[in-house]
Write a protein that binds this ligand. Structure first.
Ligand code: GAL
Length: 443
């Protein structure tokens, strides 16, 4: 008797789900049918386990500086599509997720995952969360939403393992951007540098003139600067080989890269360690520093501050990296045992949708991961980033999770911390060589 009722209810839900899917159409069509008990089914096929649709807790580190505004815009799209689901914004402050990722790790260890979290495409995802069995494959959602036709081919392998796709990318960011203050450069008769030598010469002039040549912030921003100098010195092929183990960290080319990095640091502000990335970027638009190397989320921040592109700030590839796009991609995942699994799928559906990405990216300072967003919605800088993404050689970022998994990155970061204090190039190189042997592909 119970069995019969059970199956009747299930088949009714199935019919309802099919009807809703048919009505939904297109990418918005993750149909969600709510039962009286608040349990749900979705048309999202595989592994549907129900789960309350009352709320969705989404974890990120987007709390300010253009980033929170971008997230809010996407939450707006979510709220319009799923007004019945309460959105819980569990963002933890701190650039590059330095604090957020520690909080997340503690929660995951305690078996208390949020419904979805921000993770970077590449080794951070595959070498960390997938390796630990913490997230579910999302192939069913890709099939249902037709995302394989609209997500870039370069990205899919970085979020996949053994044929399983593990996240929904919302954007593409560029790491190797040199932001500059146009007025300071013209006052000092400095052309925008395109090589490291030109850049050093420009920064010598600025130092002489009493201007801070290069604004830098806390340690992760030094790692961000470091990866761009590695790229500038080695070029894209050798840079890539560092991460596959084909080029030794003890090689003479790397010595030159570390010497260049050491020299770049001589042009930075003395209070770097106490500044956030926003503080450092702001030194440039306020006229206190000439240059800052930061990902293009800085553009979202400049816009939020009311600064005008090409007038209050200019941009160029980090000198020595012209023609190369050092990228990273923010993506969202579905945890194993998400407390509100179906609501999490609803969030992921919006994150992967054109509407969600078109709302999010122009404000966040990134370009869509999707290839079909409307170019006209984006400002001058981001349109130039779209062109470069389409034509440049693409390499991955270290600081933002593409090329190294968490344990290798942590070792590099420890070596960097010591180097920032003692500035001993030989010791730094030895520690980096060791890190590749302990946690990287040189094992
Ligand atoms: C990166 C992230 C960007 C931005 C940046 C600064 O790791 O991918 O979206 O949030 O940190 O916080």
């Amino acid at each position: 008797m119970f069995k019969k009722i059970h199956w009747t209810v299930l088949s009714m839900l199935l019919v309802l789900s099919v009807i809703l899917t048919a009505c939904g159409g297109g990418e918005a069509g993750t149909a969600v049918a709510e039962t009286q008990a608040g349990e749900t089914t979705t048309s999202s096929g595989a592994q549907t386990t129900g789960g309350s649709m009352s709320q969705v807790e989404v974890f990120s580190w987007w709390t300010g500086g253009g980033e929170a505004a971008g997230l809010e815009a996407m939450i707006g799209v979510f709220g319009a599509r799923y007004p019945e689901i309460e959105f819980i914004n569990a963002a933890v402050a701190g650039g590059a997720g330095t604090n957020a990722r520690a909080v997340l790790a503690t929660r995951l260890q305690a078996g208390d995952p949020p419904d979805s979290w921000q993770g970077h495409a590449g080794q951070e995802l595959i070498g960390t969360y997938v390796a630990a069995g913490q997230i579910e494959p999302l192939n069913f959602l890709y099939e249902e939403q037709g995302w394989l036709d609209v997500m870039p081919e370069t990205l899919i392998p970085l979020i996949s393992q053994d044929g399983n796709i593990y996240s929904v990318p919302v954007n593409i960011h560029r790491a190797n951007v040199l932001w500059y203050n146009p007025a300071i450069l013209s006052e000092n008769n400095i052309a925008v540098p395109t090589t490291l030598e030109e850049w050093f010469a420009a920064m010598d002039i600025l130092k002489e003139a009493g201007v801070i040549p290069l604004a830098m912030g806390e340690q992760w921003t030094a790692m961000h600067l470091f990866e761009t100098i590695l790229l500038a010195t080695l070029g894209p092929n050798a840079y890539n080989q560092l991460w596959t183990g084909e080029l030794g960290w003890d090689s003479p080319e790397v010595t030159v890269a570390l010497q260049n990095f050491d020299r770049v640091l001589t042009y930075t502000n003395s209070d770097a360690s106490s500044l956030t990335w926003q503080d450092a970027a702001q030194l440039v638009v306020n006229g206190d520093a000439a240059f800052n190397v930061m990902g293009d989320w800085a553009e979202g921040y400049f816009r939020e501050l009311g600064m005008r592109p090409t007038v209050d700030y200019g941009w160029a590839p980090v000198p020595g990296t012209v023609g190369t796009f050092q990228f990273l991609s923010d993506s969202f995942v579905l945890p194993v045992n998400a407390p509100h699994r179906d609501a999490a799928i609803a969030w992921l559906t919006v994150a992967g949708s054109r509407e969600g990405q078109e709302a999010f990216n122009p404000v966040k300072g990134s370009i869509c991961a999707r290839t079909d967003c409307d170019r006209a919605l984006f400002g001058e800088y981001l349109q130039s980033a779209m062109d470069d993404w389409a034509t440049n050689v693409v390499v991955g970022s270290l600081t933002h999770g593409v090329v190294a998994n968490d344990s290798w990155k942590t070792e590099i970061n420890n070596a960097l911390g010591i180097f920032l204090a003692d500035r001993n190039v030989a010791n730094f190189q030895a520690a980096l060589t060791q890190a590749c042997s302990t946690s990287g592909p040189c094992r």
